[in-house]
Design a binder for this molecule. Structure first.
Ligand SMILES: [Zn+2]
Length: 376
């Protein structure tokens, strides 16, 4: 088995120099294709540690199929430093979130999926899958060159389309991210509900099977449309193309020893997909619907004393944090005159917390799960 390494130029800077990404592909025989990328948000580094450890692990595994890794998938974002901080979530030129500008390729190109289904209706699912992957790859190729020739290709668009084109032939797509100060959690579409238990994330957010701009949705939505179109023609299939976003703790952190449970889960998930061989396990998790995953925005600007951290649970009536507004300071009563408590309106569990204590009104303080279910 040999690694194939490809370098793809992504940005051309004002100096004329280029930033590239590298893809590392290992193949062996016939089997599913896996696409794993990390650091589309430039400060979210931990996925690279998982990729290194996974590549190391592959030395001892019997791979069946192929796997492509893209570490440091967004060099412009990772290299965008402000002091010691990495400004990696949005494009500094446009303000666009790097993970909200993917393309719904079927809709964008007016691909006639009904015609594709009618033409391929007599084939078995594996044959339809192979034919559809080729169509997808060609749609991305044509769409990119059409945007290029009409001078309509923006920075975000280009990176996102190249990543989508690379992932078009994949059966399993894992987009590795982190939160700000965060737990380990998984974004999982409703159609994937049954497979969350193979991945070993303590928290799972179940989201609609719909496109809203992120990589996970962009990768699964053509397949959802294919499944629906086939069903309309009377052919029911069990969709076995999976696309998930894995959140691996906190941003700005790179550790070769952390998130071992999630690494084990990803290896287990590759076994479930028959890319690796071995016994498959299941893991317990807590979950909620995306509509019950809430962002608490700061009701005041000020200096925040956070009372809770990721993994903490809270009850209705608990104090989540206290904000001190120093422009209200009465020197005869300094603490009481400046302190404003944020009180929980419901029970929940902290998934993410803002890393800064200097917050402006309306900034994200916490992201929390509510209406939580347990898998066991
Ligand atoms: Zn992210």
């Amino acid at each position: 088995m040999n690694w194939k390494v490809e370098q793809l130029p992504i940005y051309e800077l004002s100096t004329g120099d280029t930033f590239s990404i590298k893809t590392y592909t290992l193949s062996n025989g016939v089997g599913p294709h896996v696409h794993i990328q990390a650091s589309v948000h430039g400060a979210e580094l931990q996925g690279n540690a998982i990729i290194l450890r996974l590549m190391e692990q592959l030395k001892a595994e019997d791979l069946q199929g192929s796997i492509t890794f893209i570490p440091l998938a967004n060099p412009l974002a990772t290299n965008n430093k402000h002091g010691t901080y990495t400004f990696g979530r949005t494009n500094p030129h446009t303000g666009d979130n790097w993970n909200r500008n993917y393309t719904d390729i079927i809709e964008k190109t007016d691909f006639d999926i009904k015609e594709f289904c009618s033409k391929n209706l007599d084939k078995d699912w594996q044959q339809i899958k192979s034919a559809f992957k080729i169509e997808l790859e060609n749609l991305f190729k044509d769409h990119i060159s059409q945007l290029q020739s009409s001078h309509q290709l923006s920075e975000n668009n280009y990176l996102n389309l190249i990543l989508q084109k690379t992932a078009a032939k994949a059966d399993v797509i894992l987009d590795l991210h982190t939160g700000p100060i965060a737990t380990e959690y998984l974004y999982c579409a409703h159609y994937e509900k049954e497979i969350a238990k193979y991945l070993n994330f303590p928290y799972v957010l179940f989201m609609p099977d719909e496109f809203a701009g992120a990589m996970d949705e962009a990768a699964f939505s053509p397949w959802i449309k294919l499944k629906e179109s086939l069903a309309e023609l009377g052919k029911e299939i069990e969709l076995d193309v999976y696309s998930l976003t894995c959140e691996l703790g906190s941003e700005e952190v790179f550790s070769m020893t952390s998130q071992s449970d999630q690494l084990e889960g990803i290896i287990n998930f590759l076994k479930f997909n028959k890319v690796l061989s071995g016994e498959i396990q299941t893991y317990p998790y807590k979950s909620c619907e995306l509509s019950d995953y809430k962002t608490y925005q700061a009701p005041h600007g000020g200096l925040v004393d956070y009372k809770l951290s990721p993994y903490d649970t809270f009850k209705k009536g608990d104090t989540l944090c206290s904000t001190y507004k120093l422009n209200k300071l009465d020197p005869t009563n300094p603490i009481a005159s400046t302190k404003f408590d944020l009180i929980a309106q419901e029970d929940g569990l902290i998934i993410n917390r803002c890393p800064s204590s200097a917050v402006q009104k309306g900034m994200e303080l916490y992201q929390v799960m509510t209406n939580i279910s347990s898998s066991e």
